[in-house]
Design a protein around this ligand. Structure first.
Ligand code: PMV
Length: 360
């Protein structure tokens, strides 16, 4: 499909008002997206686990209005929020050619997260996907023809991508690929559910997020992606992501946990290596991030565990492990790794099936 296929040509203009509510999860990339071209096109393919517990719940109330300006109010956790408005304004501007009805309505956007505010967990993936889904439900109500679920999900992912790249991987679960590649069904424009064989070892995979640093990120992902332009190692990195995805596909089918660990940890460290070697350069890990990584490696050496880590563009650590190790690893986290977290704070999560419609 091309971007043109997502333009809504005509619609029912008799709907005066309505309300819709979605919950949409965060996701954690195994192969990382870092570097993008214009219009949020990724420089390399990525694949992520969709999460379950870390999600955004967004309710959009729409009311017909006469003027043709964008009009919306944002409420975050019950309070009117001005800080989110510029991002949503930019989002509306980016998607209006695909949703011509956006200027016909005033939108009241009420949103909240299940994870603590300023926990250092990026809410852009869950937040932008939840908003995109609400707007797609409105489009479905206005649509003059029947809309298939396949189209609904594709366009929701397409729109979410224009809000925040990785948000396009939050619509469905359990694994989603985004970015054209030779190994899987794929597109640069939207995420696609990874439908190839996945071994039982990866079912209900666990992700416990260790909150090492709850502060504002030192570098926004927008700035970070831009630093891949002219980066001395960019070309190699982008081709490495293609190779890693091809390898991961086989690993997922075989259930090879040792090979999984190697790819996933290497991807996390490569993401941070790219930041450390860009100009300007950044170190987003904290001393406790490194302590946790070392403790995970030590634990793995001492036991037969298949626990491993991955990182986002920040200091927090995602601890990934198979479901059958849940009790042991949670004990290890509580007794040991939690001491490296701010206020011993961590969030337990696991792989999920994607966004859910709560109310229409
Ligand atoms: O979606 P963005 O623009 O916030 O970028 C997110 C990039 C990483 O989280 C670091 C990696 C990824 O693939 O999710």
């Amino acid at each position: 499909m091309t971007a043109q296929d997502f333009i809504l040509e005509s619609y029912n203009s008799n709907i005066e008002k309505g309300k819709v509510k979605w919950s949409s999860p965060s996701n954690i990339a195994l192969i990382k997206y870092w570097g993008k071209r214009e219009h949020q096109i990724p420089e390399n393919p990525s694949i992520s686990f969709t999460l379950s517990n870390c999600k955004t719940i967004t309710e959009v109330t729409y009311t017909k209005k006469a003027n043709k300006d964008f009009s919306f109010d944002v409420y975050f956790e019950g309070e009117k929020n001005e800080a989110f408005k510029p991002k949503i304004q930019t989002f509306f501007e980016r998607i209006e050619s695909y949703m011509p009805f956006l200027r016909d309505y005033h939108f009241k956007i009420e949103t909240s997260n299940t994870f603590p505010h300023s926990s250092g967990i990026a809410s852009s993936a869950s937040g932008m996907s939840a908003l995109a889904l609400c707007l797609m439900s409105l489009e479905r109500s206005l649509s003059l023809t029947e809309m298939t679920n396949l189209y609904f999900n594709k366009k929701a992912s397409f729109l979410a991508r224009l809000g925040s790249g990785s948000a396009c991987r939050s619509i469905e679960g359990e694994l989603v690929v985004w970015g054209q590649n030779e190994s899987t069904e794929s597109s640069d424009l939207y995420g696609i559910k990874f439908d190839d064989d996945v071994h039982a070892n990866f079912k209900n995979y666990q992700d416990t997020i260790l909150l090492v640093d709850k502060g504002e990120k030192q570098v926004s992902s927008t700035v970070g992606h831009k630093l891949m332009f002219g980066h001395p190692f960019a070309k190699e990195r982008f081709s490495q992501a293609h190779n890693n995805l091809a390898k991961l596909k086989t690993i997922l089918a075989l259930g090879d946990l040792d090979a999984f660990i190697k790819i996933v940890e290497s991807e996390a460290l490569t993401l941070h290596a790219m930041m450390m070697t860009s100009m300007p350069y950044f170190i987003l890990m904290k001393p406790n991030t490194l302590s946790i990584i070392n403790r995970i490696w030590q634990y793995r050496n001492e036991t037969n565990s298949k626990v491993c880590f991955t990182l986002d563009a920040g200091a927090n650590v995602h601890v990934l492990y198979p479901e059958n190790e849940k009790d042991n690893i949670l004990q290890f986290i509580k007794n040991d790794l939690a001491t490296y977290c701010q206020n011993e704070h961590f969030i337990t999560d696991y792989v999920g099936k994607g966004a859910q419609l709560i109310e229409i």
